[in-house]
Design a protein around this ligand. Structure first.
Ligand SMILES: C[S@@+](CC[C@H](N)C(=O)[O-])C[C@H]1O[C@@H](n2cnc3c(N)ncnc32)[C@H](O)[C@@H]1O
Length: 222
């Protein structure tokens, strides 16, 4: 095993240890939904768990529960949590916590529930366009980027996250990027840094090409 895969295995094992107290529906899964497909999938569940534990949400809207692994984590945190359906979120127009986690792009779902998202407390959102940006498949991008290849991280911080912050009207409090996906956490109120401890921001080969985030000021826009 080379140094990079060793490091990835260690990160994955640390995250798995964190989740080991919880009985999950399936560890084998299908279609790449299982817990440990890659470090992004593992960290998604770890952060979902930590954020729910911190926020103690009464209501959660999960747009794509899939096999229900994250649902299980939310229920572990609060047995009485109200899991909202699409109809509920339209009716209530808000949730304490929103988890948007499609395969592919989130734009349709964001557009569909934009008013409810703006009223919700914390939003966690996945976008699977990263690979298309790297490959310069502009037809597979809703808002074609000027960046591609090793500059994909610049798409994340200069184009994608600012667009999302402005649509949701909530600053991005944390994000991480895997070669195929970006996961970001948006909240009007600041969140403790400890929630994101240990989670690598630029995963796998992206570690070698991080852009200068301080210069760009992600999380400062309102
Ligand atoms: C990434 S998985 C969700 C995993 C889940 N959030 C978790 O943490 O355990 C995405 C799920 O959305 C489902 N899905 C259903 N309709 C979809 C659509 N139109 N676009 C993308 N994903 C869709 C997929 O089958 C899959 O089960």
């Amino acid at each position: 095993m080379n140094k990079l895969s060793l490091e990835r295995a260690r990160e994955r094992d640390a995250a798995l240890k964190l989740l080991s107290r919880i009985r999950l529906p399936s560890l084998s899964g299908k279609n790449g939904e299982e817990l440990a497909t890659d470090e992004a999938a593992v960290w998604k569940r770890v952060l979902n768990f930590r954020i729910a534990r911190y926020l103690k949400p009464h209501s959660i809207f999960e747009s794509h529960p899939g096999l229900g692994i994250s649902t299980c984590l939310y229920r572990f945190v609060n047995r009485d949590v109200v899991l909202l359906s699409a109809k509920d979120i339209v009716k209530l127009q808000m949730a304490d916590l929103v988890d948007i986690d499609p395969f592919g792009q989130p734009w349709d779902i964001v557009g569909q529930y934009v008013n409810a998202l703006r009223r919700s407390k914390v939003i966690m959102i996945t976008n699977g366009e990263a690979y298309a940006v790297t490959r310069r498949w502009t037809n597979a991008q809703r808002h074609p980027s000027r960046y591609y290849g090793r500059k994909m991280p610049r798409w994340v911080v200069e184009e994608y996250l600012p667009r999302l912050e402005s649509i949701l009207r909530k600053p991005c409090r944390f994000f991480y990027v895997f070669p195929s996906t970006v996961r970001s956490i948006h909240s009007k109120l600041p969140l403790p840094k400890s929630l994101f401890a240990g989670c690598p921001q630029w995963m796998w080969w992206l570690k070698r090409y991080p852009p200068d985030i301080k210069k760009i000021g992600i999380g400062k826009r309102r």
